[in-house]
Design a protein around this ligand. Structure first.
Ligand code: G6Q
Length: 556
């Protein structure tokens, strides 16, 4: 078992936490700009490289002692033991009594892991072979619809973890799409979502992937049923056409069969893969089909690179551990409530949304693992973001001069897939400039000097200079890599997965359940039948009752 993880000492009563509280107070006035001025080796000491990916954390305004105490906190909280337990397949998802083995989906060697007696590695390899078979057939134009035409459009129907990973990855890797193939994603139960996709595809050449771990999710099954009705109507065909146009990605064979999909058209995965950690499993089939299996395997290999790094690197040089601990420092000792993810990479436009789920569903929790106590400290921050440079013309004002400090991650590739004039250099100039500006800020003296140099009158200089002051000292990490290829993307995603894991260990929450999403689902079930008819609405507060009644009146 895991002594530190189950230890009853609350995280905020450990020696390291208490020391960090004191240290945070003592260092509250330190400014990153001065730290850079005092120490020319700062960058050299505060970055880590992993297979060409550079992680620079020198702009965080922390000092060696901060890092030493954070490492002590990680050790006191048992991060190393927890990491070993996860990779060993212990049931660390304590509420659901499940193993957490998304890392096994990308392992290249058989470590003899077993779950319920079954060897994990051969299971994974069998499904990967099936996926390769399907993907290769598609690539050769052998995957044909009911009327014999080759498939050209893949529609993934899934939501949450069964949507966000595949959509983020396929968008990120658009330059690698197989020619002549298109990918579409339907997640929302709002009929607009499916309808727009159906307007854009031909039934004869469309393959639907129904992606659902449980195969009970209302949104996904409702969309899948409507898609099936549409398909049969468009083709003027009977149920036999379903086999040529529907595949299921699931852990639930019975659910798949009940829905009417032949198990031969099912790619399977397992309970020990969490929904938001499932893009590496059968849930990633849309990725493998649209990019080809070789690229999907590169994505897995990238994640495996990071798994090896996370397992072996000392905590002090371990990128996910550093990401996690810096986040803990800002959340718990500097009062930061949010965390921005700012890719200077249009292909990563869904990355912040993907991380929002990965992080907030994992660590947005108030209960300690033992279930008996509510944490007495902040846990997961609000994660948000948009690609640069767009964000610069929108919300960066608050990042630079707002009253809240928002720690940020900046991500960019050194090379573009579509070199076009000076675009990429301009993008990267902005990328470097923003984190530099956030860190340095601008003093009143600098603002005054700049305005004076511009030739403004002394009166205008006095009036405007205070508005041009930026406090600076706003922390950010920079991720710089060569090119956003499948392997690099795999590495990036796995870095964040392990960061989230480490933070969950520090905060003593179970990062692998999501019980907070259940109440809303239950209430929706109770409300649905009340939306029709005119029986008095009972059992709700006055606001909800009035809203239901107004809806009935409007739709009538
Ligand atoms: C992820 C969550 C959740 C889940 C969706 C879809 O970790 O569990 O987002 O992925 O609710 O669930 P199904 O895949 O079972 O349809």
């Amino acid at each position: 078992m895991l002594p530190a993880m189950t230890a009853s000492t609350p995280p905020n009563r450990t020696n390291a936490w208490l020391a960090l509280e004191q240290h945070a107070q003592q260092t509250a006035k330190l400014h990153a700009r001065e730290l850079f001025e005092q120490d020319p080796t700062r960058f050299a000491r505060m970055h880590v490289e992993l297979s060409g990916l550079l992680f620079d954390y020198s702009k965080h305004g922390v000092v060696d002692e901060t890092l030493r105490l954070l490492m002590a906190l990680a050790r006191e909280r048992g991060v190393e033991e927890a990491r070993a337990a996860m990779f060993a397949g212990e049931p660390i998802n304590v509420t659901e009594q499940r193993e957490v083995l998304h890392t096994a989906l990308r392992a290249s060697t058989d470590e003899g892991l077993r779950v319920d007696g079954a060897l994990v590695f051969p299971l994974v390899q069998t499904e990967l072979r099936k996926l390769r078979g399907l993907s290769d057939r598609l690539g050769r134009g052998e995957l044909r619809g009911h009327t014999g035409k080759p498939i050209t459009d893949i529609v993934n129907i899934g939501i949450g973890g069964s949507d966000l990973g595949p959509v983020m990855v396929t968008e990120a890797l658009r330059p690698y799409w197989r020619p002549g193939l298109r990918a579409h994603f339907v997640s929302n139960i709002d009929d607009a979502d499916l309808s727009h996709v159906l307007l854009d595809v031909q039934a004869e050449t469309t393959l639907f992937l129904v992606a659902s771990k449980t195969f009970t999710t209302d949104e996904t099954l409702t969309n899948a049923r409507s898609a099936r009705e549409w398909l049969l109507r468009e083709l003027g065909a009977g149920k036999e056409a379903v086999a040529k146009h529907f595949f299921a990605l699931s852990t639930n064979v019975n659910g798949v069969v009940d829905f009417g999909i032949d198990p031969a058209n099912m790619l399977e995965f397992w309970d020990w893969v969490g929904g938001r950690y499932s893009l590496w499993s059968a849930i990633g089939a849309s990725i493998a089909l649209v990019l080809g299996m070789d690229h999907f395997e590169s994505l897995l290999a990238g994640a495996a690179d990071v798994d090896a790094h996370f397992r072996a690197a000392p905590l002090e040089a371990n990128i996910p551990v550093l990401m996690a601990l810096l986040g803990v420092f800002h959340t718990n000792f500097r009062g930061c409530a949010t965390h921005a993810v700012l890719p200077y990479d249009q292909h990563l436009h869904r990355f912040p949304a993907y991380l929002q789920q990965a992080d907030m569903e994992s660590n947005g929790k108030h209960g300690r693992k033992n279930g008996d106590e509510v944490v007495g400290y902040e846990t997961g921050p609000v994660v948000w973001g948009e690609p640069g440079t767009n964000g610069q013309h929108a919300f960066y004002q608050l990042l630079h001069q707002g009253t809240r400090v928002v720690p940020a991650d900046f991500l960019a590739a050194a090379r573009s897939h579509y070199p076009l004039g000076q675009h990429h250099d301009k993008l990267i100039a902005n990328f470097f400039a923003q984190s530099e500006a956030l860190m340095r800020g601008r003093t009143l003296a600098e603002a005054t000097a700049e305005l004076t140099a511009e030739g403004l009158s002394p009166e205008d200089v006095r009036r405007l200079a205070p508005h041009k002051v930026f406090s600076g000292n706003r922390p950010s990490s920079t991720f710089l890599y060569d090119l956003l290829d499948p392997r690099t993307l795999g590495r990036l995603v796995a870095l964040y997965e392990h960061k989230i894991f480490v933070q969950g260990v520090i905060w003593d929450v179970n990062s692998f359940d999501q019980m907070g999403v259940e109440l809303g689902k239950q209430l929706a079930k109770a409300i649905l039948p009340k939306l029709e008819g005119d029986a008095p609405v009972t059992g709700h507060d006055a606001s909800t009752t009035a809203l239901i009644e107004r809806y009935r009146a409007l739709r009538a």
